[in-house]
Design a protein around this ligand. Sequence first.
Ligand SMILES: [Zn+2]
Length: 604
Amino acid sequence: MLNGMWSRRYLPAIAAVLFLVSASTSVPQADPSRYLDDVKSLSSPDMEGRGDGTRGLTRAEHLIEKRYKELGLQPAGVRGYEQSFSVITGARLKSNNHLKVEGPDSKADLKINQDFVPFSFSSLGQVAGLVVFTGYGATAEEFNYDDYAGVDVKDKIVVVLRYEPAGFAEKSGNHGLTRHSQLITKAINARNQGAKAVVVVNGKLGDGEEDLLTRFGSVSGPEDVGIVFVQVKNAVAESWFQSAGKSMKEVQDQINASTKPVSFVFPDTLHLSLHIDIETMHATVNNVLAWLPGQTDEYVIVGAHYDHLGRGNFDSLAPSQIGQIHPGADDNASGTAGVLELARLLAPQRGQLKRSILFMDFAGEELGLLGSAAWVKDPTRPLAKAVAMINMDMIGRIKDEKVYIGGVGTGSTFKSVLEQAQKDTPFKIEYSAGGYASSDHTSFVSKKIPVLFFFSGLHSDYHKPSDTWDKINAPSAARLLDLVGNVAVQVASAPEAPTFQVVAEDKPVTAGGGGGYGPYFGSIPDFGQTENGVKFSDVKPNSPAAKAGLKGGDVLVQFGDKPIKNLYDFTDALRRSKVGDVVEVKVLRDGQPVTASVKLEQRK
Ligand SMILES: [Zn+2]
């Protein structure tokens, strides 16, 4: 499951509508020990945490393919069982990174990883210029606070403090940090203010806290945020403050005490020049696809992602254990083994079910639902023939027989199918109607395919090296697979296929994190597109975007006065807007610019 995007918004159990479906073909029961063996294999050290672009992921892929072959399932990829696509797996510092400081009476060439470090989302190349201190780098209209007010940063290099003014938490009515503390927010703001580089410093440290440079690659963001972005040690920046006759600590204390900006231009004897040299690493990864033929070419998809975090370089929730294998037994060896078990149980039904079954194992999920996005973009079977997509992501940690099923409102027959299927199970099921969440079924609902999502809940081992196979509740997972198999067979056998239904209160997920998405716009981003604008896979009916004439396929490139290069920019721009604002947006439609006025509304 994708970090930080899981919607906790589960609706109360949907009113029971009992609707008996004639008894369907019987399927043997799932076997807990066979299932657990697969979870063990997929999360073994040999699989290296199944990080995208690692040999471990390839080993997992081969295990899955071998199984499909043994079961006699037909290949349904582009080349055999495989469908390849390219992903960005990380970034690497190359040899030519420099930060040169010219002071009033000294020159210094700072040492990388000792005095300074670039961030992986920094722009590349050479910038040089005069230096301006812009506090916390925050422009927070909601708090009447702007570190950029009254200082000209055009083509300058800005020095900013990490985090945010102490008063923001109180003003925002909570005790956590607001989005203004996020480095990506600071980067986007500085870029939109016209600066050409950001130098961030830790500033004030907690008791006993060391002034550490951020580990390169540990903060995720877009491939290129559109501005050079580095960190320097406090001691380096302190010498610049001294050259201006100030103390960094005093300035920071003053901002915190008053929640008022204290921005200033450093003397023009201070001059920085930076050169950033980063290599973005790409890898080719594969979805694995297998086909169980039915009597027609309509089909039901049963899927799960098989990739995980590898050694946790991105998105680990145990930062001190980055470098250790994150085995991902629950996330998502549990769902992958589930697909394999269902393939085993259903393989003997070859040619007997009314509809076919397409088994799918996705790569690239942890990097942003990329495998499912790749498949819906270039489907290996006609999309129009897909009647439902059933996704399993983290089904191995059922506790107190509690199970979550999402997407129930997206297919016209799902309530009755589930009523029927859950009758003899021990589960206490929490249903939610909506089909958008932080896993692969989201890619299908955006293509108007009914989806069901099976999930056993978050836990404290989520995205940590401690997500191990011995914590998997195999007996309960096997009973859940009986339920999932029953649902798949019912949907594959029913005279009528479910029709897609829009769930009105459904909210698409957006990137960025940190609470609140701003006013309602109504576009559904295409997670496959990551740069050069935000592509809409669809636009919600009756939403502000729809009313302004925007459509699926449009690529948003401008929002008011802000250029939009990626989802981070869009999220930032939206959060800076208010309900009722009329925003001029520019999209590219079939490559041609189209402008529209969108009146933002309240999220319901
Ligand atoms: Zn995950």
